[in-house]
Design a protein around this ligand. Structure first.
Ligand code: PLP
Length: 423
């Protein structure tokens, strides 16, 4: 197997002349120092969830140790401070996503919750029989099933932007798919199964030319690139904290204020009302209208720490580094005898999906686990993508900014070993 670096150290950071200091970054993540099966952990399951830097762990621990209180309700010191901390993260999230107002940021449980909120709050009241919702063939189930739930109720239809063998969207028929019946386009920014980066700007522009709103599922994009929702022009953007070095159980929905204001509440309960009586209820303004009940306050605080952490990164340098590791991985994994790469898009980030001839993907995962390597095997909650390639499952190595070429080498060697066992 021959592998070679695709960028020189100088090319990595042309603006500063300094390379990305991955060893320093790795020191921020305590779990990366542990062993699994007596081997150093090689964590390549970042598309499922990322690891957490110490600053995020500390922020959550500090909150529960010294600051815990419910928010928006108390006049006492702790409640006021917890409320301020929670609302500060909303402002941080606004800046992080380039939104114009912090009331356009709704705290949710994650991407799945954000999409369901839009399906129930935005689409359900507007959808009529015969209407259409346009998704793509590359979507995660979270960006398919919520639309099916509401369209099933209303007699509406899901239409699908097709994909090519390389795992890229085919936009040739987009202007036909976008028609007077289309009520919403819901599109992933980055495919979790293949790593394809979709041309979301173009899709937004073409949908908006027909006044059709666009939701972007950004779950797999935010840990790998800067996001500016105004530049993208989208109407909704969804993300999960745990996929961007933050805690589980917390995420964000960005929505244009005008649309959020026109939306029905998703769930009823405390904190989302202006006035309740048995005769009727009026609702709080956005974003509170969509945050019924006690939220995940500690999670939001942890998400704030994750946003701060990403804020320390020079994205040009990080993206060049990640792209170099990905190119190296594509070459190294692709060079293993019997490997078939699944998804070879031009514009791709952080994911290598593959099959190893003669070995079921699950067995590949189990074998490399013996060497302390965590990869994901299965359908990756993207069964239409698996169906397209005629496979039930793939093995998937997915990368974050703390992964290294040495780790790629460990995986490639383990795959070579697996091949020998099964020959
Ligand atoms: N969308 C994409 C592209 C994903 O990769 C995932 C999770 O893997 C989701 C949505 C759902 O995210 P969550 O489970 O955090 O709600």
């Amino acid at each position: 197997m021959s592998v070679r670096p695709l960028l020189t150290e100088d090319e990595l950071s042309p603006s500063t002349g300094e390379g990305f200091d991955v060893e320093r970054v790795r020191r921020d993540f305590p779990i990366l120092r542990r062993t699994v099966n007596d081997k150093p952990l090689v964590y390549l399951d970042n598309a499922a969830t990322t690891q957490k830097p110490q600053t995020v762990i500390d922020a959550v621990t500090r909150f529960y140790s010294y600051e815990n209180s419910n928010i928006h309700r108390g006049v006492h010191y702790l409640s006021e401070h917890a409320t301020a901390a929670y609302e500060e993260v909303r402002e941080k999230a606004r800046a992080f996503l380039g939104a114009s107002e912090s009331r356009e940021i709704v705290f949710v449980r994650g991407t799945t919750d954000a999409i369901n909120l839009v399906a129930a709050g935005y689409l359900r009241p507007r959808l009529r029989e015969g209407d259409e919702i346009l998704v793509s063939h590359l979507e995660h189930h979270s960006n398919i099933v919520p639309w099916q739930l509401v369209s099933g109720e209303k007699g509406a239809k899901i239409r699908v932007i097709p994909m090519s063998q390389s795992g890229e969207l085919i936009l040739d028929d987009l202007d036909m798919l976008l028609n007077e019946r289309t009520r919403l386009v819901a599109i992933g920014h980055v495919s979790n199964a293949l790593g394809t980066v979709n041309p979301v700007r173009e899709i937004v522009a073409r949908a908006h030319a027909r006044d059709i709103p666009v939701l972007i599922d950004g779950a797999q994009a935010v840990p790998h690139m800067p996001i500016d929702v105004q530049e993208l022009g989208c109407d909704f953007y969804c993300l999960s904290g745990h996929k961007m070095f933050g805690p589980t159980g917390v995420g964000l929905l960005y929505g244009r204020a005008e649309l959020l204001e026109a939306m029905a509440p998703y769930q009823g309960g405390g904190d989302m009302i202006r006035k309740v009586s048995f005769e009727g209820t009026s609702y709080a303004p956005i974003p509170s209208k969509f945050e019924a009940g006690t939220p995940n306050v500690a999670g939001v605080v942890g998400l704030g720490a994750a946003i701060d952490y990403l804020g320390t990164m020079d994205w040009d340098v990080v993206m060049a580094y990640e792209s170099d590791v990905l190119s190296y991985a594509i070459e190294a994994i692709g060079a293993v005898d019997g490997v078939r790469l699944i998804g070879t898009a031009e514009d791709k980030t952080a994911v290598v999906s593959f099959l190893l001839e003669g070995i079921h993907a699950h067995d590949v995962g189990t074998i490399v686990d013996q060497d302390g390597i965590a990869i994901r095997t299965g359908h990756h909650c993207a069964q239409p993508v698996m169906d397209f390639y005629g496979v039930a499952a793939t093995a998937r190595a997915s990368f974050a900014l703390y992964n290294t070429k040495d780790e790629v080498d460990v995986l490639a060697a383990a795959l070579e070993g697996a091949r020998k066992v099964f020959q």
